[in-house]
Ligand binder design. Structure first.
Ligand code: FCB
Length: 407
């Protein structure tokens, strides 16, 4: 039996905008009103159904849960904080504790309040201070109910989709064409982006501001709550290469620009690092890969490489996301097993991994792709809000309960 360390955390992740429903004062809600991305609407109505959802997580053997709080609910106007939003999240965290689930809270997961995005968002020179003020407020209000906060989710994904590809707000595109079109459930969403050379410089500026924002948030949090564990959640793409030295150079540069450059800027302000793993790609690869519903390579075991890449920072790690869109649920059990196996091997190879959170507990709003992609351990019927546990969730449950890969 492949045993995990004692006290290892098992669970799943969600993010506020993708599951809660009813959030209208964000850049994404505005983009949906402008017809540039699919509307999010009620999503999973998790805002009202979190207790039921956490009951399911407990039933599935989870001992931890990663969620995010919504900046636009907590700070709907610049510098004005909403006591009701805090009261809500206090209830959410209390509900987790009541079920024996350790919360991992992400302070900000992609969506921004309109007051911030309309005035430049992370292009703003004062973005790091604005962000740090918000992050510190969250920890001041919720820190007694949660010992672990991640400042932000996937900075490189956020900035590259918003400022290089132009497929996410604020739709700026480093390209010669301005049209990003996405077909979703038979409907065509066309986001006309601002094209040209400028987005590249803005992307670099945003990446820098995100690193500064993390560092400022870390310091602000530590000032009021030194014992709180603070991490960043990093999306790692494993760029690999075949034998060809030119391809090896490409992979080296890609890993540097996607992962290490940002990590080098923030690692001195991290108590631990969360890994989101979805992609393995090899330059010079001749294989034909089996694909997930996202059309991504089915390569869960390469989470091993991603964890080894981050282990160079000599900090505790946890898998904050990793999972598969698989509406038919025919590949998820195998995917999870191989992903967990990769994590196990990384621990054996010396990575200090403390927990594993599958993405996601529930089917949810998959950003520009709307509701078509199904990542959940639990299926959601968006008409009735009915939850159905998928068979693969029970395979994961066995692992969680045994704290081991059971044969
Ligand atoms: C990650 C995001 C998460 C989800 C998964 C599929 O990049 O953090 O919100 O959309 O991808």
């Amino acid at each position: 039996m492949k045993k995990f360390p004692e006290g290892f955390y098992w669970g799943a992740a969600t993010a506020s905008y993708q599951v809660e429903g009813g959030i209208e004062n964000t850049d994404w809600a505005k983009a949906a009103r402008d017809g540039r991305v699919p509307p999010c609407g009620l999503a999973c109505d998790h805002y009202h159904r979190y207790e039921q959802d956490f009951d399911i997580a407990r039933e599935l053997g989870h001992t931890a849960h990663r969620l995010s709080v919504e900046w636009a609910r907590i700070e709907p106007e610049e510098g004005k904080f909403d006591a009701e939003a805090i009261a809500h999240y206090r209830q959410v965290l209390t509900a987790l504790h009541a079920r024996g689930l350790k919360p991992f809270v992400t302070v900000w997961h992609f969506t921004q309040p309109l007051w911030f995005s309309l005035t430049g968002g992370f292009e703003r020179a004062d973005a790091p201070e604005r962000f740090a003020r918000y992050a510190a407020y969250v920890v001041k209000e919720l820190g007694d109910l949660c010992g672990h906060f991640s400042t932000m989710n996937e900075p490189a994904v956020f900035a590259s989709n918003g400022w290089l590809r132009g497929s996410w707000p604020p739709f700026k595109r480093f390209a010669l064409t301005d049209l990003v079109s996405i077909t979703n459930s038979g409907r065509q969403y066309e986001a006309r982006a601002t094209k040209g050379l400028a987005p590249l410089f803005l992307y670099l500026r945003v990446m820098k501001h995100l690193a500064l924002a993390h560092n400022a948030a870390y310091e602000a949090i530590k000032k009021i709550s030194p014992q709180t564990e603070v991490s960043v959640v990093k999306h790692v793409i494993v760029f690999d290469a075949n034998w060809n030295p030119f391809n090896k150079l490409k992979a080296f540069l890609a890993n540097y620009f996607w992962t290490y450059k940002f990590m080098n800027r923030v690692v001195r302000h991290c108590d631990s690092i969360g890994l989101n793993y979805y992609f393995y790609t090899q330059f010079g690869d001749k294989r034909t890969w089996r694909k997930t519903d996202m059309d991504w390579n089915f390569a869960p075991e390469h989470i091993f490489d991603a964890l080894m890449m981050l282990s160079r920072y000599k900090l505790p790690l946890f898998v904050s996301e990793g999972g598969i869109a698989d509406a038919a649920d025919t590949g998820r059990a195998e995917y999870i097993r191989r992903q967990v196996e990769g994590t196990y091997l990384a621990i054996r190879a010396g990575a200090d991994v403390r927990g594993h959170m599958y993405w996601s507990l529930l089917d949810n709003y998959e950003w520009a792709l709307g509701f078509a992609k199904r990542f959940g351990l639990v299926a959601v019927n968006y008409e009735t809000q009915e939850r159905t546990i998928r068979p693969s969730a029970y395979v994961y449950k066995k692992i969680c309960e045994a704290n081991a890969i059971v044969e």
